[in-house]
Design a binder for this molecule. Structure first.
Ligand code: WT7
Length: 655
């Protein structure tokens, strides 16, 4: 990417201004920023009217920094506001989901009335198994409708779900189950990926060996593969759920009832159980879905191409779109299940109007060539979104041209598991966009870019992104660890939320997000901590020490590069180490997840350390990205880095 090329694109930025046609039909008016600024609490209070409240709140915000309560005297039921409400208002026949299977030709259409019946049956089944208000239920499932039904059924009972991405290992699953003491698990026998069945239940069985408190496991049959069965603990979904009544009287719960627990990587090896409560989270998920995607309930077909195992799936496949009562596409497979043009076929067939995905996926689709999207009719699309990492201008331009036909606005949305919903994004119909910039905080959201001392930087300068006022969907904390919550987000700059991202304000004052500034890596939009991967490596008997960095990667944004010293005898050291390197990569996949597998492992006799014994990751990142080395004067032994740089060039990178 040359500066000149970006400059040229930016010069043409009138091209990215909202078309008059789009601006005329967009949901938002530019005056909503001023309206929200006049009284941001009143703004959010009126946005809360998107929900169906049993007791409408009279309170809006109670702020005891860093702990917020929103709408605390209101009561509601999350599943009623997502599902029953639409049926009661006469929209029962409207399609909630077009579920598209991994295999071509397999599809299910689920209306709001059917969804309500499924959720009621599942809620009755969970009640029979013992789930009660305030319990925690782990969900470890592929992208099938029952995953959404499971989430809504848990929510309906006033329990909290902790959805664990089905790509995580048994170890990762058990540590998450233990951390929030989940006593129930909902899973499937297996999952399909590009036509092949892979087991899932076996990971649950392995995980549960160290989780004695789990009382029941509910298993959806998806693949029909062999499963190990524990009598009295394991129950087939079709045995227990299908025979239940499809009526269920939902209770009303306080707005601050915990709804979501979602683990995410921090800078230490232990993932953080970020939790969200009901009223504020649902309000902002629905509100942002409405404005950012310019959603029209009666005509749009929304497709968030993400997994429900991440917050994107929670807020923009389940809660936001369901509160808004729209029709969605939910897709089980990979972008190339059944061929590399699968996505374009789905969009063409189902006439998708809004597509939301991650830059890493766009870069993959881009690698497969523009002929694929170009040869399909994508004219139903009217808006495109991205999330998960900074989008490089080339990918943005490709998305605009080959997917959006130079007609669809692109919203680059910045947010986090912790923020619960989008905080920074252009508004279609209002904001003239720039390729690679997330532009502005949304109405009612207040962010700043500050320097090391917490002082606001001027236009044209970079610094750290902070959020200066509370927002409804903000996390209420880290499950069971309020101290860590304060320490991680509220200590670096007193009084404001520290996101952990670098950001720049350009000459026009628009925001560009620059990625993490801490030891958190972003691999294909998945958040992983360097320490987590280091711990996994050090857990292998051959490894003495490990240092992990995220190096930039053309497709995945960042890729994991690990520098490892071994506990080896001189004799072993002379052996061919390729098999060991492969073993270490598999070991990390097993301990964390295949997504955490290092792209490259460099075996080195030593690691560069400061005089105080800290590993100098900055230098290793320079080495991993083939940059010239900066200041090495604080190193105990500066020659170590040069030696490692030498090893880098001789070791081949593996796929
Ligand atoms: C981190 C949060 C929010 C759902 C997906 C990821 C990065 C996210 C953007 C964007 C630049 C972005 C940040 C953030 N990020 N969106 N539009 N531009 N960076 O959720 O796993 O909690 O990760 O993803 O670094 O801190 P997450």
């Amino acid at each position: 990417m040359t500066e000149a090329k970006l400059e040229a694109w930016l010069d043409e930025r009138r091209a990215f201004a909202p078309s008059a046609e789009f601006a005329a039909q967009a949901n938002a008016q530019s005056s909503i920023y001023e309206e929200a600024d006049r009284d941001f609490e009143a703004w959010w209070r009126s946005e809360a009217n998107r929900l169906h409240w049993d007791t409408p709140p009279t309170k809006t915000l109670e702020w005891d920094l860093p702990f917020a309560k929103w709408f605390s005297d209101g009561t509601l039921n999350a599943s009623v506001t997502c599902v029953d409400r639409h049926v009661n208002e006469g929209r029962g026949d409207k399609v909630a989901y077009y579920w598209v299977a991994d295999a071509e030709g397999e599809m299910r259409t689920i209306t709001y009335a059917q969804l309500r019946a499924m959720v009621c049956q599942a809620a009755n089944a969970l009640t029979e198994l013992g789930v009660k208000e305030g319990d925690r239920v782990a969900i470890y499932m592929p992208m099938i409708p029952e995953a959404v039904v499971a989430m809504l059924a848990v929510a309906r009972l006033g329990a909290a779900h902790s959805v664990v991405f089905a790509g995580f290992s048994a170890d990762a699953l058990s540590s998450r189950i233990l951390d929030s003491d989940c006593q129930y698990v909902i899973t499937a026998d297996g999952a399909f990926r590009r036509g092949a069945a892979s087991p899932l239940k076996s990971a649950v069985d392995e995980a549960l060996q160290s989780c004695p408190n789990v009382k029941a496991v509910l298993v959806v049959q998806r693949t029909g593969g062999d499963v190990h069965w524990v009598e009295g603990r394991d129950y087939w979904w079709h045995d227990v759920v299908d025979r239940q009544s499809d009526q269920h009287e939902a209770k009303s719960f306080p707005a601050e009832q915990t709804l979501v627990i979602m683990y995410t990587s921090g800078t230490t090896a232990k993932p953080k159980g970020i939790f969200h409560t009901t009223g504020g989270y649902l309000t902002q998920a629905a509100s942002t879905h409405h404005y950012v995607f310019d959603v029209k309930r009666d005509t749009d077909i929304c497709w968030t191409a993400a997994d429900i195992g991440w917050i994107t799936g929670h807020s923009y496949i389940v809660y936001g779109p369901l509160v808004n009562g729209v029709t969605q596409v939910m897709y089980e497979g990979l972008p190339d299940s059944g061929g590399r043009d699968r996505w374009w076929k789905i969009i063409e067939e189902l006439k998708v109007t809004i597509l939301y995905t991650a830059p890493t996926t766009i870069r993959t689709l881009m690698k497969w060539g523009p002929e694929l999207p170009d040869s399909h009719d994508l004219s139903s699309l009217r808006l495109l979104g991205t999330v998960g990492e900074p989008i490089n201008p080339e990918a943005w331009m490709w998305y605009r041209q080959h997917v959006g036909g130079n007609r669809c606005p692109i919203v680059d949305t910045w947010w986090q598991t912790e923020t619960g919903a989008i905080l920074v994004s252009p508004l279609p119909g209002i904001t003239a966009t720039k390729p690679g910039a997330a532009m502005h905080a949304l109405p009612g959201i207040y962010v700043d870019v500050v320097d090391n001392d917490g002082k606001s930087v001027g236009n044209g300068e970079g610094g750290y992104l902070v959020v200066t006022k509370p927002w409804p969907a903000m996390t209420r904390g880290i499950y069971g660890d309020p101290e860590r919550f304060k320490e991680t987000y509220w200590k670096r700059f007193p009084g404001v939320y520290f996101a952990g991202d670098g950001a720049k304000r350009d000459e026009d004052g628009d925001l560009w997000l620059l990625g993490r500034i801490d030891d958190v890596m972003n691999i294909s939009g998945h958040r992983l901590s360097t320490t987590e991967v280091e711990h996994a490596l050090v857990g292998h008997p051959a490894v003495a020490e490990a240092a992990v960095v995220g190096a930039s990667d053309e497709t995945t944004g960042q890729a994991i590069v690990a520098f490892v010293t071994l506990k080896l005898s001189a004799e072993d050291a002379n052996k061919d180490q390729a098999p060991l390197i492969e073993e270490l990569r598999q070991h990390v996949a097993k301990v964390i997840s295949p997504i955490a597998k290092p792209r490259q492992i460099i075996l080195t006799p030593d690691l560069p350390k400061t005089r105080s014994g800290k590993i100098m990751r900055r230098l290793l990142r320079d080495v991993a990205e083939n940059r010239s080395l900066g200041d090495v004067t604080t190193l105990t032994d500066p020659t170590v880095v040069n030696m490692i740089a030498g090893l880098m060039t001789t070791s081949s990178s593996e796929e």
